[in-house]
Design a protein around this ligand. Structure first.
Ligand SMILES: Nc1ncnc2c1ncn2[C@@H]1O[C@H](COP(=O)(O)OP(=O)(O)OP(=O)(O)O)[C@@H](O)[C@H]1O
Ligand SMILES: [Mg+2]
Length: 349
């Protein structure tokens, strides 16, 4: 397996810049997840790596070899798409073997590779079926099997699970993570499902408007988002951003509550729902009207309107009995706040 190195990569379509200077090193064996809003360039970036699109400028190296101008089949990568496009008239076995046979691999070798992949993906009992007789998750595993048998230098996945229903997606996610460990393969995986990103990634790359906003481990990005975009992109419920004043070295929150704040240039603070503790009215630094309380079993997800146009998301213990319309307080520890400047950049490094 090989690492992937992108240097100053750009792509424009008809004069419109879609990828605007992406530099990224994916280490050998790394599971790198690319996330970002629809249209930010995730698929385009993956297609550039695969060679399905030609870079406008910049370079792409795979395993230390410059492949920027090589055709897709000379790059040694395997790509798995959201729509898995299996051949409907062929059995699972023949679907998986097709690429190898086209490449004139000896039939004994083909049989061995298909058997290995089928065992790894738990498709052994399904090899003689046609795709139409498989579930969505099984079809997706066949598409992955088709990639595995080629021993690619790296795998590229573009939202491979988004056609599956929630429980199948969760199962397949776990299987893919296990497959990654078993193969020790370099994988670049595009998704807009943040649970997939958080659970599978060694490293997450947040893309926005064709630029990298931040890259790092799921923990880095969640606990120290570099800006308000990343802060609000990862995490559910979304992080609440609260505009603040700073007076006499203290943060003044809407409604007048104060917390001590060591940060110069502070304009807004970010608050994760799990750090907002619901109290009796007057018992915290914020207060307001409860506008929603969703019982989720393990937790109670609530929204509190603390000022005009400002609603704070909080997670409360499930046994808390509160009803919309009630007034509640919100307690916050200053250490849990994420400090941001007016331009959205994180202040404390
Ligand atoms: N062949 C093309 N010609 C012109 N514009 C394109 C082409 N392919 C993509 N684009 C544009 O490039 C931008 C990025 O598209 P891309 O498919 O990479 O987004 P994405 O991040 O994968 O979005 P999604 O999450 O919806 O799949 C979009 O504005 C899209 O319209
Ligand atoms: Mg896409």
């Amino acid at each position: 397996m090989a690492g992937i190195e992108l240097r100053g990569l750009t792509k424009s379509f008809a004069g419109q810049d879609v990828i605007r200077g992406v530099s990224l090193t994916v280490a050998q064996g790394e599971f790198c997840v690319i996330v970002g809003p629809s249209g930010c360039g995730k698929s385009t970036l993956l297609r550039l790596i695969a060679g399905l699109e030609e870079a406008t400028s910049g370079t792409i190296a795979i395993g230390g070899r410059d492949v920027t101008r090589l055709d897709p089949w000379d790059r040694g990568l395997a790509m798995v798409f959201q729509s898995y496009a299996l051949y409907p008239h062929m059995s699972v076995r023949d679907n998986m073997a097709f690429g190898l046979r086209t490449a004139r691999v000896a039939e004994a070798e083909v049989a061995r590779k298909v058997a290995d992949a089928a065992r790894m993906l738990r498709l052994e009992g399904l090899l003689d079926r046609r795709p139409a007789a498989l579930s969505g998750g099984q079809r997706q595993r066949v598409a992955i099997g088709r990639a595995i048998v080629r021993d690619p230098a790296a795998f590229l996945f573009d939202e491979p699970l988004s056609n599956l229903d929630a429980s199948l997606r969760a199962d397949t996610r776990v299987e893919l993570a296990a497959l990654h460990r078993a193969l020790g393969a370099t994988m670049v995986y595009v998704t807009h499902d943040q649970v997939e990103a958080m659970t599978m990634a060694d490293r997450i790359v947040v893309l926005d408007g064709g630029r990298v906003r931040q890259k790092g481990s799921p923990r880095d990005l969640y606990e120290r988002p570099a800006d308000t975009f990343v802060a609000q992109f990862l995490g559910s419920p979304r992080m609440t951003l609260i505009p603040v004043d700073v007076q006499d070295g203290q943060v003044v929150l809407p409604g007048g509550g104060r917390l001590s704040a060591p940060w110069a240039g502070l304009a807004q603070v970010g608050l994760r729902a799990e750090h907002a503790r619901i109290t009796a009215p007057g018992g915290g630094v914020l207060s307001g009207e409860l506008i929603a309380a969703e019982y989720l079993g393990a937790t109670l997800s609530v929204l509190v309107r603390v000022a005009d146009g400002l609603t704070v998301a909080a997670l409360a213990p499930p046994h808390l009995r509160i009803t919309p319309g009630e007034r509640v307080g919100i307690a916050i520890a200053a250490a849990d706040l994420h400090p941001f400047a007016a331009d959205g950049r994180r202040i404390d490094g």
